[in-house]
Design a protein around this ligand. Sequence first.
Ligand code: NDP
Length: 487
Amino acid sequence: MRAQPKASHYIGGRYVESPEGHPFPSIYPATGEAIASLNSADEKTVEAAVAAAVEGQKIWAATPPAERGRVLRKAAGILRERNRALSELETLDTGKPLQETLVADAASGADCLEYYGGLAATLTGEHIDLGGSFAFTKREPLGVCVGIGAWNYPIQIACWKAAPALVCGNAMVFKPSEVTPLSALQFAEILTEAGLPDGVFNVVQGFGEVGAQLIAHPQVAKVSLTGSVPTGAKVASLAGEHLKKATLELGGKSPLIVFDDADVDNAVSAAINANFYSTGQICSNGTRVFVHTAIKEQFLDRLAERTVNAVLGDPMDEATSIGPLVSKPQLDKVLSYMEIGKKEGARLVCGGGSADVAALPDGFFVQPTVFADVKDGMRIACEEIFGPVMCVLDFDDEDDVVARANDTVFGLAAGVFTKDIQRAHRVIDQLEAGTCWINTYNLTPIEMPFGGYKKSGIGRENGHAAIEYYSQIKSVYVEMGDVEAAF
Ligand code: NDP
């Protein structure tokens, strides 16, 4: 097979197989062919991973933070050196075009390792003057953290979870989505090569129940999930039952609001990026595009003209700008929403069905699709589709569009296009979303905290903020005088 790993899991600094585990394939979405076969972790394997993490964490927590930082920065360098090979693997596993994976996946992972590697030696506590006596605080690791990933950005998600966890002195057991199991194994190898002690970062494969076993394990302190809202609810309730800490990065149906004074071409570019990049499989996508009626037809004309230029095709060809969806179930889901949109009476501007790519007849391709005249209550405007389906809605009034933008259970992201700086800030201040953009969309530099309001999540990844979610503060009171007592 084209991308068969040495074994399914990576535990204690080496590859490990679980021959009795449930076998499952990794499928190349452009052809439908199996590129690897792996086995889900059985109970023994889960136990081994947690035991390795417990041992590794003791060594890692005793490693000076500056040294931890050097290891992470070295791993960042190796990721960059191997960017092409890692990108090709990510393209095979996800179907995302190489044009994207070369710049957005391992590269973003490397940025993240470098960022937290740089912060390592700066993670200090406070000195609190109590008048003679004093207190100080220390930032301590949580212990063993579990990372559970979605399938859209496999290596990026692994890095975004591992880097802040590791810099704080934790160990991690990471479970990729069973749809995209491969690149996390390569990442684990790279960490070992960079000098990470054995057991500090482990990968176990499997379906949801493996994730659940890890969360419930008594020696696990925390879970960080990237996934859908229904999975987030299950993970939060299991974490609650066991009183584990949880960070949840979940789904969205985010608004992108384009006012009548916006630069229309830039707004169209943002709407394209916010709906068609990664074939629309991005949690923070601006899938509800509210366009002021004064510029709506101009906006739709430019959008339709430019969408024709999308190159659907072989993801391994760097000229391809839209690859297949990740899997057959995702293909069926997205096609069903296209039909729902038509039945609900939205105006189909372009796309609207599966796409034929001559050389790849079995690929999970769909056309980039734009619906206009979408109404707030339509299912295509309320539910997360996770495919290249853009809904364009009209508005005339600022207060009205803000209320409609916020009228959702989600709160992951939001964007505003306007040249009026006061309006931009006024609107952003009112939007119920964890990550917002003014005059751009979907840029997520590592320096900027990322996460959701409302049902889109709990906690934050990236930036200094993530440190709060992977460490705990110990307060120490130091008495400098005598101890008084009543008797
Ligand atoms: P899922 O929620 O289906 O799965 C996410 C992960 O959770 C997978 O590894 C899955 O395992 C695992 N899982 C499933 N059930 C359980 C359980 N009961 N206990 C523990 N783990 C479990 O999401 P998808 O993989 O389909 O990814 C798409 C979703 O992810 C979208 O909703 C998207 O918005 C969201 N997402 C959010 C991001 C964010 O940062 N906010 C970023 C990227 C995606 P398996 O699938 O192997 O069974």
